[in-house]
Design a protein around this ligand. Structure first.
Ligand SMILES: [Zn+2]
Length: 105
């Protein structure tokens, strides 16, 4: 089991146009190298009307960002941090902030 960034995690954007933003991971792409983060890397898609009554205009869709641009957000430090893992018992591990040593939910 990987203890990397996963769906539902709060993350911090370290670089790119959305640098400094935080958001929840909505989805990790299958390769594990990219993730879709709420409110981050929004692209505008122009919707074409297929039939009468369809919504038209611009739809804003979050596009994936590279995992290397993301850091886990530690609510204790209130910023994006590096994290390590700590064994709870022989079966499970948890992620801990390398700065404050608190577990990251
Ligand atoms: Zn911390």
């Amino acid at each position: 089991m990987s203890l990397g960034i996963k769906k539902g995690d709060k993350v911090f954007v370290r670089c790119g146009k959305d640098k400094g933003k935080t958001g929840r991971v909505l989805k990790v792409l299958r390769t594990g190298e990219r993730a879709i983060v709420e409110g981050v890397n929004i692209v505008k898609k122009h919707m074409r009307r297929r039939s009468e009554g369809d919504p038209t205009g611009v739809k804003e869709i979050p596009s994936s960002v590279n995992m290397s641009n993301l850091a886990l957000f530690c609510s204790n430090c209130n910023k994006g941090v590096r994290f390590g893992t700590k064994a709870l018992d022989s079966k499970s591990k948890m992620r801990v902030c390398k700065k404050c040593n608190q577990p990251i939910e």
